[in-house]
Structures are given as C-alpha cells and as structure tokens.
Design a binder for this molecule. Structure first.
Ligand SMILES: Nc1ncnc2c1ncn2[C@@H]1O[C@H](COP(=O)(O)OP(=O)(O)OP(=O)(O)O)[C@@H](O)[C@H]1O
Length: 487
C-alpha cells in the first residue's frame, strides 16, 4: 500500500492536479488485479493520456548501479556538478560543510541532500531534486548493513520540448563540468614505487601520500618569457586529446629538465604538477627489479599523471658509450646493445626504459607527462633524450636578476629596495644558484621588517662579492642556524 501511495503522491508532486491524481490512484490500485498484458496496454494509454496534462520529462540518476555494490559514476558527477555551482550554493538554504582537500582550514560547502535547485542552461529552466527511497523489501547485498539502506538519486525534470537540448547538450555539459569540479576538489597524490614489488610475488606497485608541494609558476625563479612558454606548452598538451588521436600518437609528452644542482628542477616538476593538477609518480628506477616490473608500474599509473625520474644519469649507466660484447666502448653514432646499459642496482635496461617511454604499453591510460631530471645531460644516451621521446628540453640555470626578484618577493615580500641595483649588477656577473639565493634571503624571523630585509640583502650582496659580510655573521650557515632557533 505504501508503494501505491508513493506512486500516487509522486504524480501529485509533478503537478497533475487532484482529479487526475485520484484517477491515477484508482488505476494503480486496479492494475494489481489485471493480467500483465492488459496492464501494459492500459499503462501505455494512461501514459499517453497523462502526458497531455503532464508535459514534463524526468531523468533519474540512482546512487548505486544495478549490482548495488558500486556507486554510479553518473550520480557522483551530478553531485559534483551541483555542489560546485556557486550560484546554487548562493541560493541554497540547507548546505553541507566539509574540510577542503589539502587546504588547511578551508571549508567546502555543498548542497544538502534535501535541497532542490533550478538550473538555467541556454535560457531553458531545468529542475534538480534529490529523491530518497526506502526499499520496501531488503535488497540483496554482501553487506547486510546496506540491505535496508535508503536509496538516493538525483532527479532532473524539464519540459518535453527541451528534450533534444537536454540529450544533445545539457547532459554533456553536466558531465564535463562535474568531472572538472571533481578533479579540482580531489586530493592529489604523490606516489613512489615499492622496492619490494615483484611481478611474481605480487604486492602493491605504488604507495602514496597526499601531494602538497606548494610550488607554482608564480613562485618559481625563472624568466617570465620562459615560464610563459612552458605554461603555453602544457596548456596545449592538456587540450590536445583529439589532436594526438588524429596524428596517431599516444597522448603523452616528455620533458627533460637539466642544469646544475639547486637550479630548481624538482621545484619546476612540482609547479608543473600543480599547474596541470596531475598526480605525481616519483619513479625510483634503481628500486625497479627488471623491465617487466617497470612495464607493470607504467600500467598501474592512472591518466592525468606526471611520472618523474629524478637524476636519470645516476639511475642508469647511460654514458652514451655503451660497451660492446667484448667490453670496448662504442664510438659516437654506433648502435650498441641497448640492453647493456642497466639501471644501477637493478636489471632495468635502456631498451626497457625506451619501451617504457614509447613502446606499445606507453599508450595505456593516456594524458601522461614523463619528466627526466639530470645534472649531466651530456652523459645521457642520445637515444633516450632525442626529440619525440623527450619533446621539450628545458635548461635550468643560474639565478638571473628577474629570478632574484621573484625570490625577493617570495621570501621577503619586497618588490624593490635600494640594494636591488647592486644585486642586479652582481647577479649578472656571478654564477649563483636560485637555491643559494633562496637560502640567503630566508629571514631569521617572520616579523623582522625593513631591518631584516636589509640584512638579508646585504648578506646576499656579500655572498655575491665572494666574501662573507662581517657584520652579519656568515651567510647561509648562520641563517640556517637562526631559522632552527626561531621556528
Ligand atoms: N628556480 C627556483 N625557483 C624557486 N626556488 C628555487 C629555484 N631553484 C631552487 N629553488 C629553491 O632551492 C631548493 C632546491 O631546489 P631544487 O631541489 O628544485 O633544485 P634541483 O635543481 O632539483 O637540485 P638537484 O639537482 O640537487 O636535485 C628548493 O627547495 C627551492 O626552495
């Protein structure tokens, strides 16, 4: 009886009017006693009849898929779509609060389950509502506690004349916006490969922690023109799914970052990952047992991933002079046995790594950025870094005046200072890494004000002149010690 009443009240809610609703109630009662063929026939007549009073169409997105075990992707996407829309949140009176992933103290507001909202798409009105139904009989479930659980769904209602628009455009819009919102809100991860992982013995190939590196292109000490060039390249890559499909290449890109230690290679990796909002897979090649484990690790990465191999020159014996079978080194341009160049401490070979980069398996997943970093680019095998494998070679170098200004803004909060011209002249004459500049600019306290700024800049000038400033102790060592005391 309660099911009949639910059906009855649902029709009433859809606004058919009390007379029609009463007829429907009688009809629902009567059809319990009809043979199925008659019930179906009459049902189609009644549907046609009520449609003339009821011009609205509804689409329901249930929370769980038919098997009842897996949450429906469509439901999650709709939830993200509705929760991310600032206009709804602004209008809603019942909200849910939760801590935002990775952002300290930031509370994310989303729509409460009981809230109904109106959406407007290309001037057309659409209504979203949350519907809760209690199962009248227990559902079959492996988890007894869920057998009697309420089932939720989102219900979209719109006028039937808008059906084409909804099917062709609006639902696509909801899915794409919902996915983007989910990506923005989700906690990104930093993965590292498990040294004990073995293809035969099983185990988990990757472990992970939340990725919380704060580096961005804004905080990166690099000339703005080069930053823009890299960001443009990344933007293009992110949008190029169709392009890659058209030219018949897997949707992936390789970056080689090279330069002296402390010039910001790792920092750039973090900034790129934050810019693209990708997970980071930090692949420690020396901990990979062999080529087949390397392939497995690749397959286990998800899409929208930045896979980085740091200090690739230390991970593989890739001198560019591969030994021949009799132990001699090969000359330039000679193709040797690529399997002979093995990862230090593992059986990964150069050919295994080349396969990892652009073999058949490398196409799994898609949307992947592979980054190698090295301090000694000249030591690498040309095959490994040729264009096409490593599409973009980025040299990170010593600090420029523009880079210094970024660091001064980050560390001291200043955009100009009377010592800037001196720093400019010295920085252009001296080779100093951004890491050294950053350390010298680190204030002793966070409340030092102008005096502290002047001290840091004087220390930098002294370091650039190649002699420590006698008035302010030594540069880096003293600051590190002071930092340890005050923090
Ligand atoms: N270009 C830069 N912009 C901002 N900070 C930088 C930059 N370069 C270095 N730093 C600072 O110096 C520290 C060390 O830099 P990072 O580890 O990125 O250098 P690296 O080139 O990867 O060094 P290595 O080759 O030794 O791994 C960073 O934590 C960062 O604070």
């Amino acid at each position: 009886m309660s099911r009949l009443w639910a059906e009855y009240s649902e029709r009433v809610l859809l606004g058919t009017g009390s007379t029609v609703a009463s007829l429907l109630f009688i009809w629902a009662l009567a059809r319990q006693f009809m043979p199925p063929w008659l019930r179906d026939l009459l049902a189609s007549w009644v549907d046609r009849f009520t449609a003339s009073f009821q011009p609205y169409v509804t689409v329901t997105f249930p929370e769980y898929t038919d098997d009842g075990f897996r949450r429906s992707d469509a439901y999650t996407v709709v939830k993200s779509y509705l929760s991310s829309n600032a206009a709804y949140i602004g209008r809603a009176r019942r909200l849910l609060g939760d801590l935002r992933c990775g952002k300290d103290g930031d509370v994310a507001l989303s729509m409460d389950d009981t809230e109904d909202v109106l959406d407007v798409f290309r001037g057309v009105k659409l209504w979203w509502a949350t519907v809760k139904t209690s199962p009248t009989a227990p559902t079959v479930s492996l988890y007894p506690s869920t057998a009697f659980q309420e089932r939720r769904s989102y219900r979209l209602t719109f006028h039937r004349r808008e059906r084409q628009l909804v099917e062709d455009e609006y639902l696509r819009h909801v899915v794409s916006e919902g996915r983007n919102a989910r990506q923005r809100e989700r906690q990104r991860k930093l993965y590292t490969n498990n040294p004990s992982y073995d293809d035969d013995c099983g185990g988990l190939p990757w472990s992970h922690v939340p990725f919380e590196h704060p580096a961005t292109f804004e905080t990166l000490a690099m000339d703005s023109e080069r930053k823009r060039e890299i960001m443009d390249d990344l933007r293009m890559f992110r949008k190029s799914k169709d392009y890659y499909a058209r030219i018949g290449k897997p949707w992936k890109r390789g970056y080689l970052l090279h330069g002296p230690p402390g010039t910001g290679k790792s920092t750039l990796v973090a900034a790129v990952a934050n810019f693209l909002e990708y997970d980071v897979y930090d692949l420690e090649l020396t901990a990979v047992k062999n080529n087949s484990v390397l392939r497995r690790l690749l397959i286990e990465t998800e899409s929208r991933a930045l896979v980085v191999i740091e200090d690739i020159d230390c991970s593989l014996d890739l001198t560019g002079q591969r030994p021949t079978a009799d132990g001699d080194k090969l000359g330039d341009g000679e193709e040797g046995d690529r399997g002979a160049a093995a990862a230090v401490g593992s059986k990964v070979t150069l050919s295994g790594l080349l396969n990892f980069i652009d073999g058949l398996w490398s196409a799994c997943g898609g949307e992947r950025l592979l980054v190698f970093t090295t301090n000694r680019v000249e030591k690498l095998d040309p095959a490994l870094i040729r264009r096409g494998r490593m599409d973009k070679h980025i040299e990170l170098s010593y600090c420029t005046f523009e880079g210094f200004k970024v660091l001064a803004r980050n560390y001291l909060g200043v955009h100009s200072h009377p010592l800037f011209p001196t720093v400019q002249q010295l920085v252009e004459e001296t080779k100093i890494t951004p890491a050294d500049v950053a350390e010298l600019l680190m204030p002793r306290t966070f409340f030092g004000g102008e005096e502290e700024v002047a001290t840091c800049l004087e220390n930098l000038v002294a370091a650039l002149r190649g002699r420590p400033n006698p008035e302010h102790a030594t540069a880096a060592a003293a600051l590190v010690a002071a930092g340890a005391r005050t923090m």
